[in-house]
Design a protein around this ligand. Sequence first.
Ligand code: GLN
Length: 533
Amino acid sequence: MPKYIFVTGGVVSSLGKGIAASSIGKLLEAKGLRITLQKCDPYLNVDPGTMNPYQHGEVYVTHDGAETDLDLGHYERFTHAVIGKENNITAGKIYYTVIEKERRGAFLGGTIQVVPHITNQIKQYLKAVTKGKRIDVVICEIGGTVGDIESLPFLEAIRQFRHDVGRHNAINIHLTLVPYIRAAEELKTKPTQHSVGKLREIGIQPDILLCRTEKPLNKKVREKIALFCNVEEECVVQAPDVRDIYEVPLVFKEQKLDQIIVDLLRLKCHQEDLKEWEEKVVKRALNPSKTTQIAVVGKYIELQDAYKSIYEALRHGGIENDTRVEIKKVDAVDIEEKGPEGFLRGIKGILVPGGFGDRGILGKIKAIQYVRENRIPFFGICLGMQCAVIEFARNVCGFKEAHSTEFNKKTPYPVISLLEEQKRIKKMGGTMRLGSYPCVVKKGTLTHKVYKKEEVVERHRHRYEFNNKYVEAMEKNGLIISGQTPTGNLVEVIELQDHPWFIGCQFHPEFQSKPDACHPLFRDFIRASLEAI
Ligand code: GLN
């Protein structure tokens, strides 16, 4: 039976529970253990796919087409765990399942209640994540902050779970904040004490505390936290601010967090170190010898989390090229109003990410025209690729009002449009073209040079497609279709004949990039940016 580590968070949100959970995963993998990670989100949406980035940040897409929380992206970047549909559960999904069962009459006249029906369903999902797989440890992160009404059923479920499986088969790790109060020149432990108190009220005693802090915890503070929170002193682990998130596993290892977990769970494993991660990722991320500037032209640029995987993948490209990637976040609406020149002059590469809705579209098109004409490396992803097609149709092929039917249903040149089967779909949740699909790469193209492969598999999340009616006209004018579905019915990648580096892809390569295994498109985009004048 697999062992379980439950990770909860207290005091405030945004302490980096996802990164902490991923780092624990990394440490255990380094000890030869097979792990997986799971996220429980307390909101009532069935999945975050229908949520606005302002509400939720990026929607991370798994290989099997689940639209999930962005923490799952951290899980895949830090570890080798294969993350799929079962790895993200939401209160919405739990209630939906239970209510459907009730409608089917599956409860035989019983009254359906949060305890035991919702909690039992949660426990079932906690187990389902290992079905058919050989997993030694499940690291399960509970979203939200302890004390929230919403997360109570999840906390009750994990309390029961530990009771069911026994104390050496499941442990609780609580991530908390130890703030430094400048006026008093002191680290304060009270918020942590209260947060642990809140957990104890519902029957959960944390085994390990991860303390987020700006200043190192001294012995006295550690002792105090240990005493009042009822944990061993060595189990008070500090999680200081780091220069790079990929350093976190090293910081934890230094404090022997991996050994503490192994002992608590009585795991059998061998001793390994994180040398490769340290050499290949952390050192290279911290001390690059070159610098490049990449502009990301999007509409959620003021949000840190909206393009999380894109920013990370750009950094991976930097790590591989021994380069610091300075990301300039440009609001497409600003380009719409003021033109591209002032924002993009001197930039070494621009990336236009995915998105929905027409705000900022014209700005993205103007930015693409600028980089096409000025021969600056361009990387368009999903909507970014669609905008590149629209720009090319308008400004090179002379199809003046070319557009995507997402933004103008009556355009005379619908160069991006819906497939027939998508037109029939009325429900919004989970109905896009989602997850991994194969793509055949055309030999002799830049795309082929980058991938060095004829078939690749990439993740998708979109409804609209390149309209095949325009393939011929576009090709005549110098656009190259460098990637297609194996049957040749859908365009997956485009590039330009007469440009140093111009690639647009309908899929999302950022979801498969890792700090120690950068996605080839990001690696080569950063390389090309270094050669840009
Ligand atoms: N809105 C576009 C579509 O649905 C692009 C989606 C995206 O960029 N993820 O096809």
